[in-house]
Write a protein that binds this ligand. Sequence first.
Ligand SMILES: NC(=O)c1ccc[n+]([C@@H]2O[C@H](COP(=O)([O-])OP(=O)(O)OC[C@H]3O[C@@H](n4cnc5c(N)ncnc54)[C@H](OP(=O)(O)O)[C@@H]3O)[C@@H](O)[C@H]2O)c1
Length: 319
Amino acid sequence: MKAIVQDGYGELDQVLRLEDVADPAPGAGEVLVRVRAAPVNGSDWHLMRGLPYLSRPITGLRRPRNRVPGLELAGVVERVGPGVGSLDVGDEVFGWCSGAFGELVAVPEGQVTRKPANLTPEQAAAVPIAGFTALQAVRDRGRVGPGTRVLVTGATGCVGTYAVQLAKAFGAEVTAVCGAAKADLARELGADHVHDYATGEPPGGFDVLVDLYGNPTLRACRRLVRRGGVVVFVGGTGGRWFMGTDRWLRALVAAPFLGFRARPLVHRDRLEDLVLLRDLVEAGRLRPVLDRTYPLADLATAVEDVRRGRVRGHAVVTP
Ligand SMILES: NC(=O)c1ccc[n+]([C@@H]2O[C@H](COP(=O)([O-])OP(=O)(O)OC[C@H]3O[C@@H](n4cnc5c(N)ncnc54)[C@H](OP(=O)(O)O)[C@@H]3O)[C@@H](O)[C@H]2O)c1
């Protein structure tokens, strides 16, 4: 099969190559999925460059542990391994995996489920990880409910497009922070108010700040939320070693003195959340924002376009 392979960290147009590799075979409890679409997220540029360095014990010290990148997909089950009970050949599925930027991938049965009926594979592929992150930030860490006043930074990105919709679905009053060029998208997603980050800090007093972009200082966080309010730390900027996660740790120490509650999020891939996201999509309460698709060979361009903010919501690669 054809797949993108990566044997080192560095400039993406130099380290990502389209190659012929052996077809994967499904092991016990696995299905072989023919990939229809695999999304590119804001974090892919960092992951593919091996950043932050702190993550390398997990992702691979000198080169990626997984030679074929890509962590989520939508596709069709082509073969089932021994012991698989819930899926069959021909099922259209979506979920998370390791090696989505190839034509075929073997995936544990519990990591994929039936694709939302009302989405194309390209749209469905954009749901899992950005959806998990937004859901766990808004529901679990932010505990957002009816009337909660929520501020979302990075609101028009891969995660933010879901965070705004989910906060609205849970009854919140949402202020979205994004660039002026995407203010219309934030409003389409349901944001009650939109703030252009180029005009400085928005007025404070929010119950919950869902910080997806990761740039307000801890003092700015204090100004943005009311006394006793919650800051959910999701994204990080700056610093090749920690990429903002040091700020999360400082927040945990300093928050009691600054008067807010700090809740960092490391999202978890969970089948029950994938099923919930599918239910919300099928009920018309949540939709992926898919901007454009790229052939597999153009993965590096897709990652660069997302990183440069040229994409509204998601870009997906179609092997
Ligand atoms: N903690 C976790 O478990 C977890 C999981 C997934 C992702 N993440 C992190 O979450 C973050 C967001 O990921 P993503 O995939 O949604 O990224 P993305 O698609 O690249 O979105 C970036 C967003 O940030 C906005 N932005 C750009 N420059 C900004 C600035 N100077 N000030 C404020 N906002 C600015 C962009 O707005 P414009 O396009 O309008 O400029 C866009 O809305 C990343 O840091 C990623 O690593 C964390």
